[in-house]
Design a binder for this molecule. Structure first.
Ligand SMILES: [Zn+2]
Length: 123
């Protein structure tokens, strides 16, 4: 994935993060804005602080989403963003557009969901 596309998806992730942060306080939302506007190493650290603080303040469902965003940002840093964590194939960009935190390509996601249904037939 080229740099411009990565930047695009990073913006999507950060705006999602900001949306969750605003549920806690405008201050947190602004902190993310400031952290993500600065392209420095210290900004990444500041962002991580905000993320860990948010996970403490938000409910279980929201903190799971924050964790997913955090993981996606980490994969960007490692250069594995947009690749399926299971089979390493590129994830369809339209899929990432809809779900920028996606970890699996469509095939693996489907396999996992099928496994889930087999493991928990009562659901
Ligand atoms: Zn896969």
């Amino acid at each position: 994935m080229d740099a411009a596309k990565l930047e695009h998806f990073k913006k999507l992730l950060l705006s999602e993060l900001r949306r969750h942060a605003r549920q806690v306080s405008d201050e947190q939302g602004n902190a993310i804005g400031i952290a993500s506007d600065e392209a420095k190493e210290s900004a990444d650290l500041a962002l991580r602080d905000v993320i860990s603080e948010l996970s403490l303040k938000l409910g279980e469902r929201d903190s799971q989403m924050i964790a997913d965003i955090d993981q996606a940002l980490l994969r960007m840093k490692e250069g594995t963003y947009g690749l399926c964590v299971k089979c390493n194939k590129p994830i369809d960009e339209r899929r990432l557009e809809a779900v920028p935190t996606a970890r699996y390509d469509a095939a693996c996601q489907e396999a996992i969901e099928n496994d889930d249904r087999v493991a928990r037939p009562s659901l």
